[in-house]
Design a protein around this ligand. Structure first.
Ligand code: FAD
Length: 363
């Protein structure tokens, strides 16, 4: 039976692994470079009004990540994707994914007020009360795959008719089928035979994909802290640094006196690109100073997390591909992800469906 490796435990990798369950394949492994859910993180220092902070690396759930307060695991914040939008008329086979998540309580309708949100006619927005990473975790669990975190894939090479996959730590392992779901520039960073296997046309297609960059801050508060604003989230249009602010627990409709509130701030793409390689402590300070001006009543948080999204949202998808690209057939090496469709739930589902279909028809 074919041994399968999915690289990337984000939404595309999770859904793809779940769709392959029951196919005549051997064991499926999912490797991700991120720390596992709730893994330890290094605290970097104390800044901004005496509040401890850290710059996070990649997180479980990929860009559908939920961070926890170091002081209270129940106080969480969605640092990447905020809500999921269903366009019923255009949903097609994706509708069943929404229905399943709604029936399990993983998604609930977004009812909290979001200022400046453009609601498309015929569309519904949903939040994940347990945090957006619960959507990814749902699919990883459904897949029955063995999920391993802190597995940073560096090389992919051919050996004895199989793929030999090397990671930063641990010995290389061999697989019959490898499915890559990370952002496209990270596929192009892989070393080994893969460099020569990707042909010139494919290379040009992959290189033409582009992503925006932005920062996200998560502010975590002690229980019983009150944040007195009339909105649950708002889009900001007149600030050079901040694009979006959310009172995250209010947005997810899980306000409770026992659990402290959390605030999420997303920067503008321009700010993200301009400060991509700046000192993270300075970036955080800058964002906080803008935040203080926009919401002067915001109380002092107990802790802060700063997330750099180098590959935030796809601004140009890989052209001329239907959600995936086959890089090699015998053995199969295939890549997908939102870079091959669009940066949202639907884009990931479309890519995962296309990846699973290609793998099944290859068997
Ligand atoms: P990813 O989530 O990026 O997963 C890829 C995984 O691969 C990651 O976990 C990464 O750690 C891993 N990886 C990378 N390189 C390696 C390697 N060498 N070895 C091992 N593992 C590796 N979408 C919405 O629907 N609604 C929203 O409101 C929304 N808002 C967003 C806001 C922000 C700030 C961001 C960043 C994204 C937002 N999105 C939103 C987009 C959505 O989050 C993404 O489209 C989706 O999460 C992409 O999933 P993916 O599995 O394709 O990729």
């Amino acid at each position: 039976m074919a041994r399968v490796l999915v690289v990337g435990a984000g939404l595309t990798g999770g859904v793809c692994a779940a769709l392959l369950r029951g196919a005549p394949l051997g064991p499926i492994a999912v490797w991700d470079k991120a720390r596992g859910a709730g893994g330890p993180g290094a605290w970097r220092g104390v800044a901004w009004r005496g509040v401890a902070w850290r710059l996070t690396g990649s997180r479980a759930g990929g860009r559908m990540s939920t961070s926890r307060s170091p002081r209270d695991a129940a106080c969480t914040a969605d640092l990447g994707a905020q809500y999921i939008t269903l366009e019923r008329e255009r949903a097609g086979p994706r509708l069943s994914f929404y229905e399943e998540l709604l029936s399990h309580g993983i998604l609930k309708p977004l009812t909290a007020p979001i200022e400046g949100m453009v609601v498309k006619e015929g569309s519904c927005n949903y939040v994940a009360p347990q945090g957006i990473s619960s959507v990814v975790k749902y699919y990883l669990k459904q897949s029955g795959a063995d999920v391993f975190y802190e597995q940073h894939v560096t090389h992919i090479s051919l050996r004895d008719g199989k793929w030999e996959v090397s990671r930063k730590m641990g010995p290389p392992e061999q697989f019959d089928i490898v499915i890559l779901t990370m952002p496209v520039p990270q596929i192009l960073q892989l070393q080994g035979d893969i460099v020569n296997i990707i042909n010139e046309t494919q290379k040009q297609q992959l290189e033409s994909a582009s992503y925006s960059s932005r920062y996200a801050l998560g502010l975590f508060y002690e229980a019983s802290t009150r944040i007195d604003v009339p909105w649950a989230a708002q889009y900001i249009t007149n600030n050079p640094c901040i694009r979006f602010i959310s009172i995250d627990n209010k947005k997810r409709n899980i306000e409770s006196p026992e659990i402290g509130p959390s605030v999420v701030v997303h920067t503008t793409v321009t700010f993200g690109s301009e400060h991509l390689d700046s000192d993270p402590a300075e970036v955080q300070q800058l964002i906080l100073s803008h935040l203080e001006k926009i919401v002067p009543s915001l109380p002092k948080p107990a802790s802060i997390k700063c997330q750099k999204w180098r590959y935030s949202q796809v601004t140009k998808a890989v052209p001329s591909c239907l959600g995936q690209m086959i890089l090699h057939t015998q053995p199969l090496l295939i890549c997908g992800g939102d870079g091959f469709t669009s940066s949202n739930f639907d884009g990931c589902i479309d890519s995962a469906l296309s990846l699973a279909e290609a793998v099944k028809s290859h068997l």
